[in-house]
Write a protein that binds this ligand. Sequence first.
Ligand SMILES: Cc1ncc(COP(=O)(O)O)c(C=O)c1O
Length: 390
Amino acid sequence: MYDFDTPAPRAGSGAIKWDLRGSAFQNPQALPFWIADSDYFSPPELTEALCDAVRRCVFGYVDPTPSYREAVADWFRTRHGWEIDPDWIVPATGVVSEIANLVRAFTAPGDKVLIQTPVYDPFAGVVKAAGRSLAENRLIRGEDLRYTMDFEDLERDLRSGVKMMILCSPHNPVGRVWTRDEVTRVAELCQKYGTLLVSDEIHWDILMPGHAHFTAGLAGTPENIIVLTAPSKTFNVAGLKCSNAVIPSGALRNKLVTWQQQFHIETPNNLGLVACEAAYRLCAKWCDEQNEYLAKNAKLVSDYIAEHLPEVKVTPLEGTYLMWLDTSASGVGSVELCRAMTKEGAILNDGLRYGDDGFVRLNIACPRAQLEKGLEAVVRGYLAAKNRGK
Ligand SMILES: Cc1ncc(COP(=O)(O)O)c(C=O)c1O
């Protein structure tokens, strides 16, 4: 059994989540549940592979090796049932920066790029920064608090001429793991209207019991699909800057690579590649155990909130380690609510940044004792803000 209970000593290490508590949130003592990385240690096998690489004392320019490509392709096949040609992989230094590159390489200024809100905020940021216009397909929340896609609205948007759609799968922040049917419908609609589907699947390995991820790579046709994924969330190696774009179409791949060459956009650094290969070759069991640990954390949150703040509605978590809480019954905006929670000792993200006031996002990838302490602060902050608002 792996250990997820021992907190990794992150404060003072430069970790954004911990070291920006004072400057960005004005409470350097609060526990952080905001930015999406984890507060326990990465898999020991991965750390050992990095130590071995460091001991070799060679840090020159590198290109992803055939062995790296095979490891990535094997993971895709064994974990996600997706058979790819290793040559389809375009390694990159991050998913968001790669989305920014794709927007610029495959659309023109003024073109429409569609996102499904509420959603991870950098999607809108990179589209707007590139001078493209945003099309917004709002997700629908059902009585069971589960979100689904508004396919009618999506088709209307795509018909009106959308160059690219960015799918978030599994979805941050609403925690959905889109089903085979949903992903297939999206891919078919994109194909029908000539829209390039860019599927951000960075959270695809973080799955709650009973949920299986269906990659858009199995639904799209080569001409209209690009899948982005990374070991960064699953194995907590975001700081090593290594992700993988999978582009089945040779024409699209060449276009992107040629576009990136203009700016000397490079492949990941050598330790990022080592970590990715080690994660995919050696850490499947760690990944499974992490999912079990996260499922227990998610249950703790649901139970605790049901007992102490029954008016707060917890969105069922299917995948990712990010929980989406409906706090609208407080009558307080999510920015103000988060401020009150921070003051009481827990930093969460306000829902407004993802496009929905009245919600907060809670990162549960931490030792259980930290989460328990954080939940107490969440309740205190919620009640303080609500009572002040009366
Ligand atoms: C959906 C999604 N995509 C991308 C990222 C960030 O990826 P990267 O650090 O590789 O840019 C995150 C981080 O939270 C995310 O949730």
